[in-house]
Design a protein around this ligand. Structure first.
Ligand SMILES: NC(=O)C1=CN([C@@H]2O[C@H](COP(=O)(O)OP(=O)(O)OC[C@H]3O[C@@H](n4cnc5c(N)ncnc54)[C@H](OP(=O)(O)O)[C@@H]3O)[C@@H](O)[C@H]2O)C=CC1
Ligand SMILES: O=C(O)[C@@H]1CCC=N1
Length: 275
């Protein structure tokens, strides 16, 4: 039987960019706003979330977890340990704690939570907000399969989920967690090039966005290797190979490899600093 999220009480602790994206995706797949408590430390942020999603908001994290079956910890990595300490005594024994934090290992959660508290470590990305995310899911060592399935049900409306081993999550975060930022960077650069060539700014941006959207769909829907699709755009002696040569001259491919390794290494550093 497929696990459903409807009817499950969910608390989001620290509802910033990522937690809001997960919240929005989950509401899209049947989570009822009346079953959600989202915390914010600034009253204006709480009011914004209540207005936008119809969820209950509070600044009191311990109050928020009372009665919650799933607890998503959405604060920055440096603030996670203090957040866990603040709510540990108020958690229901069966509450599944969901990590979205980059770097932090499951062992940190085990140290700051009551013995046996179920934990699922995830690595989402911001396209979750529009149901087009991809999230890594790592089960805690003592977390029951039914609890992992419940977290996957929470994430179902945010896009795809992929179960991985914890040792793979730094690379997953470098590619998919941070990935949207690389794509936005490329879109911004392509739009800027359009402006350089005299296109109106809004037109240039629309062209860049639609080109990335269409290319992503073409990749996903055909299942073709990106190199094959690239070749299909690049006519011999044509225009595209000229542009691609300039990207190669600029070391763009190598820069991508270095960039993702740097993100992975920073994730490992955070684990060493905070874990
Ligand atoms: N952004 C992304 O693309 C991704 C982020 N992540 C992970 O998600 C987590 C959050 O990152 P992100 O969403 O970018 O960060 P944000 O700063 O946007 O979100 C953190 C939120 O927590 C709030 N907060 C901090 N302390 C408390 C507290 N004591 N009580 C209630 N609320 C509190 C902050 O409030 P205030 O607004 O007042 O600062 C803020 O709204 C990180 O661990 C990050 O590693 C993972 C994958 C992708
Ligand atoms: O930059 C960060 O630290 C977070 C983690 C993955 C995406 N954003």
């Amino acid at each position: 039987m497929t696990t459903q999220i409807a009817g499950t009480r969910v608390a989001f602790l620290g509802t910033g960019t990522m937690a809001e994206a997960v919240l929005a995706g989950a509401l899209g797949s049947g989570l009822a706003p009346s079953d959600v408590v989202a915390t914010a430390r600034r009253p204006e942020r709480g009011a914004e979330l209540a207005e936008r999603y119809g969820v209950t908001t509070t600044a009191d994290n311990a109050e928020a977890v009372t009665g919650a079956r799933v607890v998503v910890v959405g604060v920055k990595p440096k603030d996670v340990a203090a957040m866990l300490d603040a709510v540990a005594g108020a958690l229901e024994p069966d509450a599944v704690v969901v990590s979205v934090a980059v770097g932090l290992p499951l062992s940190l959660y085990a140290r700051h939570l009551p013995a046996g508290q179920p934990v699922v470590r995830t690595m989402p990305n911001t396209p979750a907000q529009v149901g087009a995310g991809v999230t890594a899911v790592v089960a805690g060592p003592t977390t029951a399969e039914a609890d992992v399935a419940l977290v996957e049900a929470l994430l179902a409306g945010t896009g795809e989920t992929v179960r991985i081993a914890e040792k793979e999550i730094d690379a997953f975060g470098a590619l998919a967690g941070s990935g949207p930022a690389y794509v936005f960077y490329v879109v911004d650069a392509m739009a800027e090039a359009g402006v350089l060539m005299g296109l109106p700014r809004d037109v240039a941006r629309r062209l860049a966005v639609q080109t990335v959207l269409g290319s992503g769909r073409l990749l996903a829907e055909t299942g073709e290797h990106p190199a094959i699709l690239r070749e299909k755009v690049s006519s011999p002696g044509g225009t595209t190979v000229q542009a691609l040569k300039r990207l190669d001259d600029g070391g763009v491919r190598s820069a991508f490899l270095n960039a993702l390794e740097a993100a992975r290494d920073r994730s490992r550093e955070l684990a060493a600093e905070l874990g």
